[in-house]
Design a protein around this ligand. Structure first.
Ligand code: GTP
Ligand code: MG
Length: 179
């Protein structure tokens, strides 16, 4: 089908989680195909765009919101969360405390974002830095997801480009199911 007749959708997707877990790296890998080992803290929020030719009739413009993980930016989240249709919560497999913070990020999302249809926001969990600690997946993760109506979680690596496209496709499917 000619591009002229394609249906265009715009999805705002949030990426949250503690500082240094790899949110910016995952977004850079997904949207630009690059990775840097240097840490540069995100200030406030940032965003990136990715265009997906989903099927022959549909083009999806994904707007990824990269939310600063550092506590001092916490008060800003309700502004950044507005009009989001889904979220990815990221934690760092090498730092167990960042998994415990997932519950806090989820509560913040559930508290501040409601979809017009009244359904809960689709959320996925990304266990990042799988290239260095794939064997450190917290055993509670399955139960945590089940209890909180989260349908998918993935071990990812922004460094080695592992499972990032798969995870993002899964989010898109869940958003489309809500349309
Ligand atoms: P804030 O902006 O402070 O919230 O942090 P962030 O979550 O955006 O983390 P960022 O993407 O800046 O990554 C933090 C550090 O982890 C950087 O040094 C990255 O290079 C590194 N990193 C990110 N993802 C991976 C990964 O998959 N594997 C490895 N080995 N390192 C990673
Ligand atoms: Mg960042």
């Amino acid at each position: 089908m000619s591009d002229l007749f394609k249906k265009e959708l715009l999805f705002k997707i949030l990426v949250v989680g503690d500082f240094g877990v790899g949110k910016t790296s995952i977004i850079k890998r997904y949207a630009e195909g690059t990775f840097s080992p240097k840490y540069k803290m995100t200030i406030g929020a940032d965003f990136a765009l990715k265009q997906l030719d989903w099927d022959s009739e549909t083009r999806i413009n994904i707007q990824l919101w990269d939310i600063a993980g550092h506590e001092r930016f916490g008060y800003l989240t309700s502004v950044y969360y507005r009009y989001a249709v889904a979220a990815a919560i990221v934690f760092d497999l090498t730092r167990p405390d960042t998994f415990f913070a997932v519950a806090k990020w989820l509560a913040d999302l559930r508290d501040k974002v409601s979809l017009p249809v009244g359904r809960p926001l689709p959320v996925i969990i990304l266990a990042n830095k799988g290239d260095v600690a794939a064997n450190k997946v917290p055993p509670q993760i399955e139960e945590f997801c089940k209890k909180n109506h989260i349908t998918s979680w993935y071990v990812t690596s922004a460094k080695e480009n592992r499972n990032i496209d798969e995870a993002m496709n899964r989010v898109v499917v869940e958003v489309l199911e809500n349309q």
